[in-house]
Design a protein around this ligand. Sequence first.
Ligand code: GRF
Length: 216
Amino acid sequence: MARLKVGILISGRGSNMAALIEATRDPSYPAEIACVVSNVASAAGLEIARKAGVAAVAIPHKDFPDRESFDRAVSDELEKHGVGLVALAGFMRIQSPWFPQHWAGQIINIHPSLLPAFKGLHVQQQALDAGARISGCTVHFVTPELDSGPIIAQAAVPVLAGDTAGTLAGRILRQEHRLYPLVVRWFAEGRVRLTAGRVEVDGVPQGATLLFSPDP
Ligand code: GRF
Protein backbone atom coordinates (compact mmCIF):
# COMPACT_ATOMS: atom_id res chain seq x y z
CA MET A 1 0.00 0.00 0.00
CA ALA A 2 1.27 3.50 -0.82
CA ARG A 3 2.58 5.33 2.19
CA LEU A 4 1.25 8.76 3.07
CA LYS A 5 3.69 11.49 2.05
CA VAL A 6 4.43 13.84 4.94
CA GLY A 7 6.08 17.26 4.64
CA ILE A 8 7.74 18.61 7.78
CA LEU A 9 8.31 22.31 8.47
CA ILE A 10 11.12 23.19 10.88
CA SER A 11 13.13 26.21 12.00
CA GLY A 12 15.78 24.69 14.27
CA ARG A 13 17.32 21.54 15.66
CA GLY A 14 14.65 19.19 14.31
CA SER A 15 14.52 16.51 17.00
CA ASN A 16 10.81 15.85 16.39
CA MET A 17 11.56 15.70 12.66
CA ALA A 18 14.31 13.17 13.42
CA ALA A 19 11.87 11.08 15.49
CA LEU A 20 9.44 11.04 12.56
CA ILE A 21 12.19 10.08 10.10
CA GLU A 22 13.26 7.30 12.49
CA ALA A 23 9.69 5.97 12.67
CA THR A 24 9.51 5.75 8.87
CA ARG A 25 12.50 3.34 8.81
CA ASP A 26 10.08 0.59 9.81
CA PRO A 27 8.74 -0.70 6.47
CA SER A 28 5.33 -1.29 8.07
CA TYR A 29 5.03 2.38 9.12
CA PRO A 30 2.28 3.84 6.91
CA ALA A 31 3.94 7.20 6.19
CA GLU A 32 7.15 8.49 4.64
CA ILE A 33 8.83 11.87 4.87
CA ALA A 34 8.63 13.37 1.39
CA CYS A 35 10.39 16.63 2.23
CA VAL A 36 11.55 18.94 4.99
CA VAL A 37 11.32 22.71 4.58
CA SER A 38 12.92 25.28 6.87
CA ASN A 39 12.44 29.03 6.89
CA VAL A 40 15.94 29.27 8.44
CA ALA A 41 18.81 28.23 6.16
CA SER A 42 21.10 27.37 9.09
CA ALA A 43 18.57 25.09 10.84
CA ALA A 44 20.46 22.04 12.13
CA GLY A 45 17.53 19.82 11.20
CA LEU A 46 18.12 20.37 7.47
CA GLU A 47 21.48 18.59 7.65
CA ILE A 48 20.02 15.78 9.75
CA ALA A 49 17.31 15.26 7.12
CA ARG A 50 19.77 15.28 4.23
CA LYS A 51 22.02 12.77 5.98
CA ALA A 52 18.97 10.54 6.35
CA GLY A 53 18.35 10.82 2.61
CA VAL A 54 15.30 13.09 2.90
CA ALA A 55 14.84 16.04 0.52
CA ALA A 56 15.41 19.16 2.60
CA VAL A 57 15.25 22.76 1.45
CA ALA A 58 15.55 26.17 2.99
CA ILE A 59 13.03 28.79 1.93
CA PRO A 60 14.10 31.90 3.86
CA HIS A 61 11.05 33.95 4.79
CA LYS A 62 13.18 37.09 4.48
CA ASP A 63 13.20 36.61 0.72
CA PHE A 64 9.46 37.35 0.52
CA PRO A 65 7.60 40.65 0.81
CA ASP A 66 4.85 39.32 3.11
CA ARG A 67 3.71 36.27 5.05
CA GLU A 68 1.32 34.95 2.45
CA SER A 69 3.79 34.98 -0.44
CA PHE A 70 6.24 33.02 1.72
CA ASP A 71 3.48 30.60 2.72
CA ARG A 72 2.51 30.05 -0.92
CA ALA A 73 6.12 29.26 -1.84
CA VAL A 74 6.33 26.71 0.99
CA SER A 75 3.04 25.23 -0.10
CA ASP A 76 4.24 24.91 -3.70
CA GLU A 77 7.28 22.99 -2.47
CA LEU A 78 5.09 20.62 -0.42
CA GLU A 79 2.76 20.08 -3.36
CA LYS A 80 5.70 19.39 -5.64
CA HIS A 81 6.49 16.42 -3.36
CA GLY A 82 2.89 15.16 -3.31
CA VAL A 83 2.46 15.82 0.40
CA GLY A 84 -0.80 14.69 2.00
CA LEU A 85 0.01 15.78 5.57
CA VAL A 86 1.99 18.79 6.79
CA ALA A 87 3.62 18.34 10.20
CA LEU A 88 4.91 21.48 11.90
CA ALA A 89 7.85 20.54 14.13
CA GLY A 90 9.40 23.54 15.82
CA PHE A 91 8.39 25.81 12.94
CA MET A 92 8.79 29.27 14.45
CA ARG A 93 7.11 31.37 11.80
CA ILE A 94 3.57 32.64 12.28
CA GLN A 95 1.64 31.74 9.15
CA SER A 96 -0.89 33.79 7.25
CA PRO A 97 -4.46 32.46 7.57
CA TRP A 98 -4.14 31.28 3.98
CA PHE A 99 -1.80 28.41 4.88
CA PRO A 100 -3.88 26.53 7.46
CA GLN A 101 -7.00 27.18 5.40
CA HIS A 102 -5.36 25.77 2.27
CA TRP A 103 -4.21 22.66 4.20
CA ALA A 104 -7.28 22.40 6.44
CA GLY A 105 -7.55 18.94 7.99
CA GLN A 106 -4.10 18.05 6.65
CA ILE A 107 -1.85 20.11 8.92
CA ILE A 108 -0.83 19.28 12.47
CA ASN A 109 1.51 20.78 15.06
CA ILE A 110 3.23 19.59 18.22
CA HIS A 111 3.33 21.98 21.17
CA PRO A 112 5.18 21.46 24.47
CA SER A 113 2.30 22.05 26.89
CA LEU A 114 -1.06 20.55 27.66
CA LEU A 115 -3.14 22.92 25.55
CA PRO A 116 -5.19 25.01 25.99
CA ALA A 117 -2.85 25.92 28.85
CA PHE A 118 0.32 27.82 28.00
CA LYS A 119 0.27 28.96 24.39
CA GLY A 120 3.01 30.80 22.55
CA LEU A 121 6.63 30.88 23.68
CA HIS A 122 8.55 29.94 26.86
CA VAL A 123 5.76 27.56 27.77
CA GLN A 124 7.77 25.48 30.24
CA GLN A 125 8.56 28.65 32.20
CA GLN A 126 4.87 29.58 31.99
CA ALA A 127 3.98 26.17 33.48
CA LEU A 128 6.54 26.60 36.30
CA ASP A 129 5.39 30.16 37.03
CA ALA A 130 1.77 28.98 37.25
CA GLY A 131 2.71 26.20 39.68
CA ALA A 132 1.39 23.50 37.34
CA ARG A 133 1.98 19.99 38.74
CA ILE A 134 1.42 18.28 35.39
CA SER A 135 2.53 19.41 31.98
CA GLY A 136 3.19 17.64 28.70
CA CYS A 137 2.71 17.99 24.99
CA THR A 138 -0.16 18.25 22.56
CA VAL A 139 -0.60 17.32 18.91
CA HIS A 140 -3.38 19.34 17.32
CA PHE A 141 -4.77 20.27 13.95
CA VAL A 142 -3.60 23.73 12.90
CA THR A 143 -6.11 26.52 12.43
CA PRO A 144 -5.43 30.21 11.84
CA GLU A 145 -5.49 30.96 15.59
CA LEU A 146 -2.09 30.21 17.20
CA ASP A 147 -1.90 26.97 19.26
CA SER A 148 -5.70 26.71 19.31
CA GLY A 149 -6.69 24.02 16.80
CA PRO A 150 -8.62 20.87 17.73
CA ILE A 151 -6.59 18.53 19.95
CA ILE A 152 -5.77 15.04 18.65
CA ALA A 153 -3.61 13.59 21.43
CA GLN A 154 -1.63 14.57 24.48
CA ALA A 155 1.09 13.10 26.67
CA ALA A 156 1.45 14.21 30.27
CA VAL A 157 4.50 14.39 32.50
CA PRO A 158 4.87 15.45 36.13
CA VAL A 159 6.43 18.77 37.05
CA LEU A 160 9.01 17.87 39.69
CA ALA A 161 10.37 19.89 42.59
CA GLY A 162 13.54 21.63 41.47
CA ASP A 163 12.59 21.61 37.80
CA THR A 164 13.92 24.37 35.62
CA ALA A 165 12.43 25.26 32.25
CA GLY A 166 15.24 23.17 30.76
CA THR A 167 14.69 19.99 32.77
CA LEU A 168 10.95 20.19 32.21
CA ALA A 169 11.46 20.80 28.49
CA GLY A 170 13.66 17.70 28.29
CA ARG A 171 11.09 15.51 30.04
CA ILE A 172 8.34 16.80 27.73
CA LEU A 173 10.51 16.41 24.61
CA ARG A 174 11.00 12.70 25.30
CA GLN A 175 7.22 12.31 25.17
CA GLU A 176 6.98 14.48 22.03
CA HIS A 177 9.24 11.98 20.30
CA ARG A 178 6.78 9.17 21.16
CA LEU A 179 3.57 11.08 20.54
CA TYR A 180 4.21 12.68 17.15
CA PRO A 181 5.07 9.44 15.30
CA LEU A 182 2.01 7.82 16.89
CA VAL A 183 -0.36 10.54 15.69
CA VAL A 184 1.16 10.58 12.19
CA ARG A 185 0.60 6.82 12.10
CA TRP A 186 -3.07 7.23 13.06
CA PHE A 187 -3.54 9.94 10.45
CA ALA A 188 -1.87 7.82 7.74
CA GLU A 189 -4.10 4.89 8.66
CA GLY A 190 -7.14 7.11 8.18
CA ARG A 191 -8.06 6.80 11.84
CA VAL A 192 -7.91 10.52 12.64
CA ARG A 193 -9.68 13.29 10.79
CA LEU A 194 -11.09 16.74 11.22
CA THR A 195 -14.83 16.87 10.57
CA ALA A 196 -16.74 20.13 10.94
CA GLY A 197 -14.04 21.50 13.22
CA ARG A 198 -13.97 18.45 15.52
CA VAL A 199 -11.46 15.63 15.76
CA GLU A 200 -12.73 12.13 15.02
CA VAL A 201 -10.55 9.21 16.05
CA ASP A 202 -11.54 5.61 15.22
CA GLY A 203 -10.13 2.43 16.56
CA VAL A 204 -7.68 4.11 18.90
CA PRO A 205 -7.84 2.25 22.22
CA GLN A 206 -9.31 4.31 25.03
CA GLY A 207 -6.49 5.83 26.99
CA ALA A 208 -4.04 5.80 24.13
CA THR A 209 -4.80 9.41 23.38
CA LEU A 210 -3.32 10.36 26.75
CA LEU A 211 0.04 8.87 27.53
CA PHE A 212 1.05 9.48 31.13
CA SER A 213 4.71 8.80 31.45
CA PRO A 214 6.56 9.67 34.63
CA ASP A 215 10.29 9.26 34.11
CA PRO A 216 11.65 6.01 35.53
C1 GRF B 1 9.40 21.27 20.44
O1 GRF B 1 9.37 21.38 21.85
C2 GRF B 1 8.04 21.47 19.86
O2 GRF B 1 7.01 21.00 20.68
C3 GRF B 1 7.95 22.97 19.72
O3 GRF B 1 9.24 23.37 19.35
C4 GRF B 1 10.19 22.42 19.81
C5 GRF B 1 10.95 21.97 18.61
O4 GRF B 1 12.00 21.11 18.92
N1 GRF B 1 6.90 23.34 18.81
P1 GRF B 1 12.69 20.26 17.80
O5 GRF B 1 13.18 21.25 16.73
O6 GRF B 1 11.70 19.30 17.25
O7 GRF B 1 13.85 19.60 18.47
